[in-house]
Design a protein around this ligand. Structure first.
Ligand SMILES: Cc1cc2nc3c(=O)[nH]c(=O)nc-3n(C[C@H](O)[C@H](O)[C@H](O)COP(=O)(O)OP(=O)(O)OC[C@H]3O[C@@H](n4cnc5c(N)ncnc54)[C@H](O)[C@@H]3O)c2cc1C
Length: 467
């Protein structure tokens, strides 16, 4: 803090920090000419005090509320979050705290001036650099918490909203956001309930090169634009809302989440699907940079490179053959002694020179080089138990896609793999409930396709609400 003894606001700010046990370095500008110059530089030539620098950001004569916001001071709790702007879970926690009006001090660990924070995070996480790491009152440490854990730790109330929306959209990915943009423009007020981060699966990918209009755009940048557009048209967005049930309440639907309850005249299910993971060490850390789940999306990054495909069903072989067309080599690791794919794929595979197969092998862990970059997969022969490492530049996992539709069983018809059955304008088997995107039977699992399905669902809503 740059201040002076005669300055009442400096005294007020100092007292507030003291009351809240915040340490500060205090520099009296009357005694330090360099400090005066610094204050003038920060304030466009003006000598305004107190000027505070908190985690590299300057605050000019902040009131106590502003200080509380910057330092994470709330009535009962002080909240400090160590995170990074690229980290989806950090965004999820930030959005949840912001939505619930909880002040938190955000320390961006990638900023040079915040390097001091790295040893703190490592100490709190047994030597690992895990984010978000959230400290509550210096004694509760939450690492990559679900919103429900944050809710409990901070005593955030479960909310019951009286307002009845025209439509409630469950899932804030490409399909849900597009439905909302179209519905809002049709003057239907929409509420998007999102369990994690707005942006869905597309948010997880570093580069999207097949979304029309952008030769190349990062997943977060594209999804931020869609979110902004939905907000501009008036959508209400609530994150950290994991929908657990839908029931009919008179003319409308009641949607319950783990933390709240909402009402809508119509509902759109756009919860997407989850690529089945191997759940072996190293996987989570390398997703998006070495470990991938979509050949159409990320295959082009591996032109003339060696890659591994894990799986033995139709999608593994189809995608393996596709990747072999431009990758230097494709090594298919299959846990079973034979492929479960159709004969056509198996025959085709045998005629391709740059595909090698590793049958009856269990994937044990992802291996990285010294720079923490993907370098291969450690496998074990299921008969002999012999372990070896398959080297490659990247790996694609095709062991199934699981729709996020568990909460909708018994509410709408699902197919035997759990995908939602639809007809016409994205209608499900339940009147007034629509489905769009990757959770729907027959979905293509591409961002452009999901947005198209969102448009279709919005037309379904319009038809239903205009009856
Ligand atoms: C790593 C990766 C890379 C990809 N790269 C590309 C690419 O380059 N190009 C391309 O076109 N496609 C790509 N895809 C596919 C693309 O991301 C999906 O097809 C698209 O995101 C589908 O959109 P969606 O809205 O249907 O579902 P999602 O994007 O999956 O969004 C669904 C949302 O619903 C939320 N949700 C789930 N359950 C609940 C619940 N119970 N309550 C509340 N919310 C819930 C989820 O948290 C999620 O945010 C990629 C996918 C992955 C995983």
């Amino acid at each position: 803090m740059y201040g002076a003894d005669w300055c009442p606001d400096c005294r007020r700010a100092k007292a507030f920090l003291k009351e809240n046990n915040i340490d500060l370095d205090y520099v009296d500008v009357d005694l330090d000419k360099e400090a005066t110059k610094k204050v003038e530089t920060i304030n466009n030539g003006k000598r305004i005090i107190p000027t505070l620098i908190i985690n590299g950001t300057s605050h000019t004569n902040p009131d106590n509320a502003q200080l509380g916001a910057a330092l994470g001071i709330n009535e009962e709790h002080r909240v400090i979050m160590y995170g990074a702007n690229w980290c989806p879970d950090c965004r999820k926690s930030k959005a949840y705290l912001t939505d619930n009006k909880i002040n938190f001090q955000y320390i961006e660990i990638d900023k040079e001036e915040n390097e001091w924070a790295i040893p703190i995070i490592k100490e709190l996480n047994n030597g690992k650099r895990k984010i978000p790491t959230i400290l509550i009152n210096d004694d509760i440490v939450l690492v990559e918490p679900e919103n429900e854990e944050l809710r409990q730790a901070l005593n955030i109330d479960v909310v019951k909203e009286d307002r009845i929306y025209d439509t409630i959209i469950i899932g804030g990915g490409a399909a849900g956001l597009t439905t909302s943009i179209y519905a809002q423009r049709d003057r239907f007020d929409t509420l998007i309930l999102e369990k994690k981060t707005i942006g869905g699966n597309a948010f997880l990918t570093q580069k999207i090169e097949n979304y029309p209009g952008f030769t190349s755009i990062s997943g977060p940048a594209l999804m931020d634009k869609m979110e902004e557009q939905a907000r501009v048209y008036g959508a209400t967005i609530k994150t950290g809302e994991d929908v657990t049930s839908i029931s009919k309440a008179g003319d409308h639907f009641e949607i319950k989440t783990k933390t709240s309850s909402h009402y809508g005249k119509s509902v759109v299910l756009s919860t997407g699907s989850t690529y089945r993971k191997l759940n072996i060490p190293g996987e989570n850390e390398l997703i998006g940079s070495g470990v991938h789940f979509c050949a159409t999306c990320d295959g082009a990054f591996y032109r003339d490179k060696d890659i591994i495909v894990v799986g033995g069903g139709n999608s593994a072989l189809e995608e393996g053959i596709f990747l072999a067309g431009f990758c230097k080599s494709v090594k298919i690791v299959n846990i079973l002694p034979t492929f479960s794919a159709s004969e056509t794929y198996i025959e085709k595979l045998e005629s391709i020179d740059n595909i090698a197969t590793y049958m009856n092998k269990t994937s044990l862990e992802f291996v990285s080089d010294e720079a923490d970059r993907f370098s291969g997969i450690k496998i074990k022969d299921n008969d002999t138990g012999e372990e070896s490492i398959v080297d490659a530049d990247g790996a694609f996992i095709f062991i199934g896609l699981v729709p996020n539709t568990n909460s909708f069983k018994g509410i709408v018809d699902l197919n035997d793999r759990g995908f939602i059955k639809t007809s016409g304008l994205a209608n499900t088997s339940a009147e007034g409930i629509f489905a769009a995107g990757d959770c729907r039977e027959g979905a293509i699992a591409q961002v452009a396709a999901a947005t198209g399905e969102g448009v279709l669902a919005s037309y379904g809503i319009k038809e239903y609400l205009s009856k």
